[in-house]
Design a protein around this ligand. Structure first.
Ligand SMILES: Cc1cc2nc3c(=O)[nH]c(=O)nc-3n(C[C@H](O)[C@H](O)[C@H](O)COP(=O)(O)OP(=O)(O)OC[C@H]3O[C@@H](n4cnc5c(N)ncnc54)[C@H](O)[C@@H]3O)c2cc1C
Ligand code: FES
Length: 365
């Protein structure tokens, strides 16, 4: 009995000592103190060591694209690390090409600040801001897609290029205890600066469950942006091929609204793919571009038409129509938005037709 009590006492003391040592280690070894973060050689910040580079930047109101909210699963939060940052982690490797590794590109959500650092980020990211907004419209476009209009606070304006996206902050809600950010393309015109329209498809994931099951008209939300290198290019002599499936229509609508608002006289054909007529939406708006954009043509195409749909338009996926209507890529440029599988198929077709890499722009999601 005496022996058991003695052993228990020794084990308890040892465990306690270990816990104290671990706490001390955390406070001393893992306490990196304050570190200097120099950005683009001319901006200096004092940040808390031990935090991720991404969260330190957010703390300074510098917003880097981060569609997965820092989990290392989107590959969006790339920055160039010039000094500090330690070795590249295995979690970063799947997202970095050989050129990026050679060029010291890192995933800012995975890099911990343990020493003074020097980094480079594109200057335009300093224009990215956080905005508070009110849900003004929340409307079903199809059983799976909602249109969300977010009006910024009185007097606030967001400047963006048609095609770019924002990140929506999704708070914790019943069934989800983590705050996350998700990317959504802006569908409204850049000429409208006090509100943005989004089209959000339901996937059963964290953000789309929040939007489809919990969000209400009048709710306050936070967004940050704008981001993205998918946007309208002002090559007015080039004919445009626009291709979208599902919510991929969002950035394409922003581009078309911009063209309509500015009376841009440029040939543009929009191929919109869906399964059935019920999956097509904003048709009245799209047809209005036939009036407001002189060279505009609309080709909706359905892949799962049944007899009872009485559909007289094009049938098949968007790639079928591209094969049918496009002879060659000469003097044309393409804007594609939709699923990775659709983008891969369409890019392959366009390349076969002679589109060069620099004449194909896309956002996959
Ligand atoms: C640049 C960019 C622009 C984008 N623009 C748009 C846009 O305009 N409109 C739009 O709708 N989306 C857009 N997206 C996609 C968007 O950012 C989100 O990835 C998408 O809405 C899914 O987010 P989530 O939090 O709901 O899913 P997550 O929780 O991140 O889950 C990821 C995926 O896992 C699956 N999943 C997760 N949980 C479940 C579950 N319980 N049951 C079944 N499946 C599950 C879902 O398929 C889900 O899509 C864009 C993405 C990028 C990168
Ligand atoms: S935020 Fe998604 S990988 Fe870093």
């Amino acid at each position: 009995m005496h022996m058991i009590l003695l052993t228990t006492a020794i084990v308890t003391s040892f465990t306690g000592l270990l816990a104290v040592l671990l706490t001390l280690a955390d406070r001393t070894i893992a306490n990196y103190g304050e570190k200097k973060l120099v950005i683009n050689d001319d901006k200096e910040y004092i940040v808390k060591g031990g935090s991720s580079l991404l969260s330190a930047l957010i703390g300074e109101k510098i917003f880097i694209p981060s569609a997965c909210g820092g989990k290392g699963t989107c590959g969006y939060c790339k920055v160039k690390v010039l000094e500090g940052g330690g070795p590249v982690l295995p979690t970063e490797l799947p997202w970095l090409s050989k050129e990026e590794l050679d060029g010291n590109i890192r995933l800012s959500c995975q890099v911990k600040i343990k020493e003074d650092m020097k980094i480079y980020i594109p200057e335009e990211l300093f224009n990215v801001r956080e905005y508070e907004a009110t849900v003004e419209i929340l409307e079903d476009m199809t059983p799976e897609i909602k249109k969300v209009r977010l009006r910024l606070n009185e007097g606030e304006e967001i400047n963006f290029k048609p095609g770019q996206y924002i990140q929506l902050k999704v708070p914790a809600y019943e069934g989800n205890d983590e705050e996350v950010f998700r990317a959504y393309s802006i569908a409204s015109s850049p000429e409208e600066k006090n509100f943005i329209d989004l089209y959000i498809g339901y996937t059963g994931g964290i953000a789309t469950t929040y939007v489809h099951k919990f969000l209400k008209k009048g709710d306050r939300v936070y967004i940050n942006g704008p981001y993205g290198d998918f946007y309208y290019h002002d090559n007015r002599d080039k004919e445009m091929v626009l291709v979208a499936v599902g919510t991929g229509i969002a950035p394409i609508l922003s581009i078309l609204r911009y063209m309509a608002d500015n009376r841009i006289d440029r040939k543009a054909t929009f191929y919109f793919g869906a399964k059935t007529p019920n999956d097509l939406f904003e048709l009245e708006l799209i047809h209005s571009f036939e009036e407001s954009i002189p060279g505009f043509k609309f080709i909706p195409t359905l892949s799962r038409v049944k007899e009872e749909h009485n559909w007289t338009g094009e049938r098949g996926r968007v790639n079928v129509q591209l094969e049918k209507y496009i002879d060659n890529g000469e003097g044309k440029e393409a804007y594609l938005c939709g699923s990775p599988a659709m983008i891969d198929t369409v890019v392959e077709i366009l390349k076969k037709k002679g589109f060069t890499d620099d004449a194909i722009f896309y956002d996959r999601f």
